[in-house]
Design a protein around this ligand. Structure first.
Ligand code: SF4
Ligand code: SF4
Length: 381
């Protein structure tokens, strides 16, 4: 095997109190058809200067393939940083067993980062801060099995805020996107507190931007939609962005943007602002401003989350993405909202709380009619 060369020295950013990580992180949940497929993607990532790899026990054979790839490519340990995950809810022995099995699969003595995988509900945060998870994390750090602990979350902004302000975590992985900016203030809060912040899958979960609809492409000119999304996040100072590449060719934007510096490009700001204006014009007086004042709903409907999909569907023509996301509701446990729009009983509780005086029950029924399709499943779990 020829020695790896770095053709583009990708810029790196601080990540909590761990090693610096590249602007892009290779997420290892897709290139898993064979060990060779993952090895080829990893080899290309290393050539581009990507040094951060994200895996999880829940991603099938990802960890074993990653360990095999690093050994086959003879990559020196100091050239890569690995984040793995631990699902909350297990007892102390189970948690430690998961971490030790992870290290065994990777062929390592120490994991750079361990993230609590999905602090999506209050009980998950309690598990990590005060329950068995707290003990697992403390033992892992105390015994040197893990250098830094963090969390990922698909939960509410309120829950993410609690996790960040707990001071327990060195980094977080969040859904951050120009098409879903709700959590950006929390991301800035985390960065200001010295935490590393990773954006979860801007290409796929952010909007299927690898295959954008015509309308969105027009609205993002002169940028490609995915390029704009990446530039916007990097301009906001987000530490690193995940790419779940299945083929080496899917790392092209990582190569193109490998030298992106600090600070926001005013051109990017102007185009994204134009996107928001186009969305509001399309929605007119049915545009949901995502303020979340309408919550809580007695039927546990995440009103802003559903109306955000309606915003994207009508504002940018994002049919496939919004139908896929709506199809996941109720099918993906705590990873996604549990209740669809047709569960609204028109009780009216939310109406006086909406500063835009939206006819929320009507809009939820419209959203359901617009987006209901066949149920979907998450890729892993
Ligand atoms: S009107 Fe519908 S969405 Fe609003 S609080 Fe009642 S059930 Fe929930
Ligand atoms: S209060 Fe109104 S504008 Fe705000 S998130 Fe709820 S529905 Fe949208």
């Amino acid at each position: 095997m020829a020695a790896l060369t770095t053709v583009v020295p990708m810029a790196r950013r601080t990540f909590g109190h761990g090693s610096e990580v590249s602007l892009f992180t290779l997420g290892l949940m897709r290139a898993l058809a064979s060990p060779l497929q993952l090895q080829q993607v990893i080899a290309r990532a290393l050539e581009l200067g990507i040094n951060h790899f994200e895996t999880a026990p829940a991603y099938g054979p990802s960890q074993a393939y990653l360990g095999q790839a690093m050994a086959a490519l003879a990559v020196p340990r100091h050239r890569y940083v690995i984040t793995s995950k631990l699902l909350p809810g297990v007892d102390v022995d189970q948690g430690l067993a998961v971490v030790r099995t992870t290290l065994e699969h990777l062929g390592l003595h120490q994991l750079d980062h361990l993230a609590v995988h999905g602090i999506n509900r209050a009980e998950h945060l309690h598990w990590a801060l005060h329950g068995p998870g707290a003990e697992v994390l403390a033992i892992c750090e105390g015994e040197g099995l893990v250098r830094q602990v963090g969390f990922s979350s698909h939960g509410s902004p309120e829950l993410v805020a609690q996790a960040i302000s707990s001071g327990r975590f060195g980094f977080c992985s969040l859904h951050l996107h120009m098409l879903n900016p709700t959590l950006m203030p929390l991301a800035h809060q985390a960065l200001a507190a010295g935490m590393g912040v990773m954006a979860i899958s801007p290409a796929d979960k952010g909007g299927q931007l690898f295959d954008p609809p015509e309308l969105l492409q027009q609205q993002c000119v002169p940028f490609a939609p995915l390029e704009l999304a990446y530039r916007w996040l990097l301009g906001h100072g987000i530490s690193t962005l995940t790419i779940g590449a299945a083929q080496p060719s899917e790392l092209i934007w990582a190569q193109e943007l490998s030298q992106t510096g600090e600070g926001m490009n005013p051109h990017v700001v102007a185009v994204v602002e134009g996107l928001y204006q186009a969305q509001q014009q399309s929605l007119g007086d049915t545009f949901c401003g995502q303020c979340r004042h309408c919550l809580p709903c007695p039927e546990a409907i995440d009103i802003p989350a559903l109306l955000r999909l309606r915003n994207l569907r009508l504002g940018h023509g994002m049919v496939a993405f919004c139908e896929e996301r709506y199809g996941l509701i109720g099918e993906a446990g705590h990873w996604f909202p549990m209740v669809r729009g047709d569960a609204c009983t028109s009780c009216g509780d939310c109406l006086p709380r909406c500063p835009q005086n939206l006819e929320i029950p009507t809009l939820l029924q419209h959203t359901h009619g617009l987006l209901q399709g066949r149920p979907r499943r998450r890729l892993w779990g």
